[in-house]
Design a protein around this ligand. Structure first.
Ligand code: HEM
Ligand code: HEM
Length: 192
């Protein structure tokens, strides 16, 4: 275990945390894999030609269905996160880098919320119903080109911000692992 690590306990949780809770670990890695795949799918599907008709719509529908599942997992993760203790920021780095890490995590969470919500709202303003693995969801309101445009732009912007934040996050994790060698990565690992 890394000796340079302090603990931070949630107000109503008597157990100080040295590592992330196992549920948070599983959700972190499932979502890391899922979000990176979903970002790749989103960028790739934009280039699918509209002709012959159908193929592009099939991939878009798959993207929407996966996005809704990821949105539910993110909701679950946020609920778990606010009700469980997590390790405090590592002590062996400067206060500036600690703050940078904290803000990286906060903004990652913000993008994880904005992406599925903006994707869903943008799609629900289109003339077609959102299909969840083939099942048409109820239409919430009338189609609106302005609403579709606004949430579409927000969706694209938050995807770009998320990709940048993930790149910084991974660089930081690799720096801890191979330059600082402080075992930070193991805090997000399965072994207790
Ligand atoms: C889509 C990709 C990813 C997202 C959205 C993501 C998101 C996050 C978030 C939000 C946290 C803060 C956890 C919390 O306080 O609740 C975190 C922690 C962490 N992530 Fe990721 N992550 C991703 C990929 C990765 C990858 C690829 C690595 C390793 C190379 C990694 C390593 C870590 C580590 C080590 C921590 C714990 C940091 C600490 O102990 O302070 N993450 N991640
Ligand atoms: C966390 C989940 C999600 C991620 C990471 C994600 C990511 C992306 C990305 C990277 C793009 C391409 C953006 C561009 O380059 O223009 C995209 C497009 C799109 N996404 Fe998502 N998405 C998510 C969830 C959703 C959901 C839940 C829906 C709808 C129910 C959705 C609907 C769409 C649509 C319709 C487009 C095409 C937008 C357009 O061409 O105007 N996405 N998404």
């Amino acid at each position: 275990m890394n000796p340079e690590v302090t603990t931070e306990t949630a107000p109503n949780d008597p157990t100080p945390a040295l590592k992330y809770d196992r549920m948070l670990v599983v959700l972190h890695w499932v979502l890391a894999f899922g979000l990176i795949a979903q970002l790749g799918l989103g960028v790739w599907m934009e280039d699918i030609p509209k002709d012959p008709p159908g193929i592009r719509a099939q991939w878009f529908n798959l993207h929407k269905s996966i996005g809704i599942c990821l949105g539910l997992l993110i909701l679950w993760r946020l609920g778990w996160r606010v009700t469980h203790s997590v390790p405090a920021a590592p002590l062996g780095v400067s206060p500036f880098l600690q703050k940078l890490g904290t803000w990286n995590h906060r903004l990652l969470y913000l993008c994880m919320v904005v992406l599925p919500v903006s994707g869903f709202l943008g799609s629900s303003f289109s003339p077609y119903p959102v299909k969840f693995f083939g099942m048409a969801l109820p239409k919430l309101w009338d189609a609106s080109p302005e609403g579709k445009e606004f949430f579409g732009e927000l969706h694209e912007l938050s995807a770009d911000v998320l990709m940048t934040l993930i790149a910084l996050h991974v660089i930081a994790a690799l720096w801890h692992q191979f330059v600082k060698r402080d075992g930070l990565l193991s805090r997000m690992g399965w072994r207790r």
